[in-house]
Structures are given as structure tokens and as C-alpha cells.
Design a binder for this molecule. Structure first.
Ligand code: DGL
Length: 274
């Protein structure tokens, strides 16, 4: 029997660290296990079947490592794999286990930020083409108009540590312009990809006055804290040792270097194969 039952945090690569950071600050008492599938990132341009297959492999591996609860800290995996895993796979993998995503908690709250009732969503091709944000936001805020734009260049730049380059500034400006051209009413931009907060300074520098940008870390952390209060049967399974372990499917040297910069704390990853 496993002695540690950490909360599992999964992303295709480094982006989930932006969510993990907020979760760990909000809920420091638990053990955590972070897995980045860096070797196969980005997921954003991959087919639905492949994103599902890769995400399921990660979830199975994290369950074997003792996680009773996994957060898919990845919009692409949340959009393309979460529902299928919850419906088809969880019943056979253990009824007492849970996998949660980042889209629902964001959709629940995003309408509170916009005065003009016009939200712009930036994300990967996978997330944007799934239409999950317009659909889910309309469930909570039927009067909010959602405009979307995919930014396929952003994640590769971040995974390759090029997000402070002139090329990054060029693509950020170009993509923000394309989103904002869709409506002058947009006053709130949601970064619907957990990698994008790593470009936050560049994004803010290119935003017109009166347009605010929303990231998901704190939203997801608050929602998780609330979930654990409501679901004591899950909360009781979690171990409280304050340990953090990192795993990557790619080079640990790269992960430690960039992960430490992104996470703001010393990161030492172990390599695994999925
Ligand atoms: N960080 C992820 C997301 O939130 C995945 C990006 C990718 O791998 O393309 O969508």
C-alpha cells in the first residue's frame, strides 16, 4: 500500500506549473505530484484521439503512484479528454478516484469580470476548436458573448524558453490584435491555456487601456479548496506531508532549469516513460 496519496497535477509540459503554484499556495498542507509530458508537448495541435490517449496514460500512471485526485492543469486535455476519461475510464480505474479539469471552474466565474458582457478567450487550437468555453460560459452567463482566437505559436515558444524573445512579442501582439478585432466590446481576456501566464508581461504590455487579462491559477485553486470542503470522502484520502515531487517524460536537466524559473522554487524532476 502506498504511504503517500498526493494530489496529482498534470500538464503537457511546463504550463501546469502556473496552476500548481497557486494550488500549493492555497492548500500547502497536502502532498503533491506534478507530471509534465514535455517529450510530447505541445498537445494543442494534436488530434482529439491522441490527446485523449496521452492524457489517459498520464492519469493511469498517476493513479498507480497513489494519487486519489488528479487535476488536469491543461485546457487542451480538459477540453478533449476529461469528459471521456470521467465517463469511460474512471469507473474501471476506481470509483473512489477523481479527475478534475480547469475549464469548468473558469467558466463558472469568468462572467463576473466583464462589464460589457464580452469575453475574449485565447487558447490552443484544440481548446478553441472544441468550443468548450463558449458552450460552458453560456451555461452560467447566457448574456455574455464569447470571442475566441487560437495562438499556436505561444506554447512552443514557452516550452523552448523563447518567451522573452522579440519573436514572442511579435506573435503576442499579432494574436491579441486578431482577438480584439472581433469586437470593440471585449473588456476581459481569458488566458485559456495554462502556459500563457508565462507571457503575461508581454501580453499586458500589448493590451489597450480598459482591457483586463485573467489567468486561471487562483480560480482553479479556489475551486479546488471549495471542492475538497464539499467532498470529504476525497479529502480524507489525501496525505498531508507537504512533499512535492516532479516527473517529466523529457530531459530532467531542462525541466529542472526551466521548471525552477517558472515555478519560482527549486524543482528536481525524475524521468519517466508513459
Ligand atoms: N497548457 C496546456 C493548455 O492549457 C497545453 C498546451 C499544449 O500542450 O499545447 O492548453
Amino acid at each position: 500500500m502506498q504511504s503517500s496519496h498526493p494530489i496529482g497535477i498534470f500538464d503537457s509540459g511546463f504550463g501546469g506549473l502556473t496552476v500548481f503554484k497557486a494550488i500549493k499556495e492555497r492548500l500547502p498542507q497536502y502532498d503533491y505530484l506534478y507530471l509534465g509530458d514535455n517529450a510530447r508537448a505541445p498537445y494543442g495541435d494534436r488530434s482529439l484521439d491522441i490527446v485523449y490517449e496521452y492524457t489517459l496514460q498520464a492519469v493511469e500512471w498517476m493513479f498507480k503512484k497513489g494519487c486519489p485526485l488528479i487535476i488536469l492543469a491543461c485546457n487542451t486535455a480538459s477540453a478533449e479528454a476529461l469528459r471521456k476519461i470521467q465517463m469511460n475510464d474512471l469507473p474501471r480505474m476506481g470509483a473512489e478516484k477523481r479527475v478534475l479539469g480547469v475549464i469548468r471552474p473558469t467558466a463558472e466565474i469568468i462572467g463576473q469580470y466583464t462589464k460589457n458582457k464580452a469575453v475574449g478567450v485565447l487558447g490552443t487550437h484544440g481548446t478553441i476548436e472544441s468550443y468548450v468555453y463558449p458552450v460552458e460560459i453560456s451555461e452560467f452567463y447566457p448574456d455574455v458573448q464569447v470571442y475566441q482566437h487560437a495562438c499556436p505559436m505561444w506554447v512552443p515558444m514557452i516550452e523552448n524558453n523563447e518567451h522573452h524573445s522579440a519573436a514572442a512579442a511579435h506573435f503576442v501582439k499579432q494574436d491579441l490584435d486578431k482577438l480584439l478585432q472581433q469586437s470593440e466590446q471585449i473588456d476581459t481576456i481569458l488566458l485559456g491555456c495554462t502556459h500563457y501566464p508565462l507571457l503575461l508581461d508581454t501580453i499586458k504590455a500589448n493590451l489597450p487601456a480598459g482591457v483586463q487579462v485573467i489567468t486561471q491559477g487562483e480560480i482553479v485553486a479556489d475551486s479546488l479548496a471549495d471542492y475538497l470542503q464539499r467532498h470529504t470522502e476525497i479529502e480524507e484520502q489525501l496525505s498531508r506531508g507537504k512533499t512535492v515531487s516532479f516527473y517529466t517524460t523529457d530531459s530532467t536537466v531542462q525541466f529542472d532549469k526551466h521548471g525552477t524559473a517558472f515555478f519560482g522554487e527549486e524543482v528536481h524532476a525524475q524521468h519517466i516513460r508513459l
